[in-house]
Ligand binder design. Structure first.
Ligand code: PEP
Ligand code: MN
Length: 346
């Protein structure tokens, strides 16, 4: 349920509504807008509540929300959420590019990649230290040593980092090193993990589950938001369909859908979304054309030697090419690539 306050309603009137909601055993979520304040009601709504709230001073109307997700919905929170990582904003005008290897393999591999992606205009370095693997026989990451390498390279190169955290117990450790906590597709519905990352207050990126509906994804987001952490980014990374030519089927339409139904920023991962390096650039361009706030791309100095996901990793040269094409698409949709102008256009 949403309480829409009248234009120019006073602080006392807003507080009056919040108190009434709380005295009914519910939670009030206040979202100040440009013109009017919106107060979301979270909890078990009972039939008389609408009449009770409509009677209060300063209330314009009370609307029932039909969708099961609330905190992540645009109805509750009409303005776009902007996620801040140092000087970078995700969810504004800029297109933010996160790039780096699938897995951190060595200091040299990470350092070389970080330099190359930064020079090409990426503003966030990705790299997995804890790798979720479908098969236990694949490389599963360097663990905390990998986190230390990420922190070291961050210091050397100056790019903030994003890395995955797989278990609730490791959230504290990963949060010490990483600027953004990534929750992977396989953990989208690990509700204990979602609550733990929510409690850190750090930016979180929630990838779409392997076969998650949009509603399931937004309900998962709700677990993070319910901890009072609104620094949340969604990432479309492809879903499972009957098609086997590609590793996953990336859902481009989900980008404008999320923009319509949610205030959360959304980025696309064309690497996992396709599984094939030569599909990464065209799909990245399509995602940005469709309104994505950024992309996450796997890049490796020698994709053929990569310990993980080499087939979908770009070489440095291919990544550079992607970045220059991305700039044109961003311009065409009235946005611009963060970092690119600074680095590539002196
Ligand atoms: C990754 O980004 O390294 C990853 C494992 O992705 P996903 O969770 O989307 O499979
Ligand atoms: Mn990968």
């Amino acid at each position: 349920m949403i309480v829409v306050m009248k234009v120019g309603s006073s602080d006392e009137e807003i507080t009056g509504v919040i108190k009434r909601i709380e005295s009914a055993g519910l939670k009030a979520h206040v979202s100040p807008g440009v013109e009017r304040t919106i107060i979301g009601v979270v909890g078990q709504i009972f039939p008389e509540l609408q009449d009770m709230l409509e009677m209060l001073h300063g209330v314009d109307e009370v609307i029932r929300v039909s969708k099961p997700y609330k905190l992540s919905s645009r109805e509750f929170h009409p303005l776009d959420t902007k996620v801040k990582i140092g000087g970078i904003t995700i969810g504004g005008k800029e297109i933010v590019v996160m790039a780096g290897p699938c897995a951190v393999e060595s200091e040299q591999q990470l350092l070389e990649t970080a330099k190359a992606v930064k020079a090409a205009g990426a503003t966030i370095l990705r790299g997995g230290a804890f790798k979720p693997s479908t098969s236990p026989y694949q490389f599963r990451g360097l663990g905390e040593h990998g986190l230390k390498l990420l922190a070291h390279v961050k210091k050397e190169i100056g790019l903030p980092i994003i890395t995955e955290v797989m278990t609730p117990g490791e959230v504290g450790m990963v949060a010490k090193y990483s600027d953004i906590l990534q929750v992977g597709a396989r953990n989208m519905q690990n509700f204990n993990l979602l609550e733990e990352v929510g409690k850190t207050g750090k930016p979180v990126m929630l990838k779409r589950g392997l076969s998650a509906t949009i509603q399931e994804w937004l309900l998962a987001a709700e677990y993070v938001l319910a901890q009072g952490n609104e620094q949340l980014i969604l990432c479309e990374r492809g879903i499972r369909t009957f098609e086997t030519y590609t590793r996953n089927t990336i859902d481009i339409s989900v980008i404008p859908i999320i923009e319509k139904v949610s205030h959360l920023p959304i980025i696309a991962d064309p690497s996992h979304g396709t599984g094939k390096w030569y599909l990464v650039t065209p799909v990245a361009l399509a995602a940005v054309a469709a309104g994505a706030d950024g992309i996450m791309v796997e890049v490796h100095p020698h994709p053929d030697l990569a310990l993980k996901d080499g087939a979908q990793s770009l070489t440095f040269a291919n990544f550079q090419q992607l970045m220059s094409q991305l700039k044109s698409v961003a311009d065409a949709v009235g946005r611009h690539v963060a970092g690119y102008a600074v680095e590539a256009e002196p």
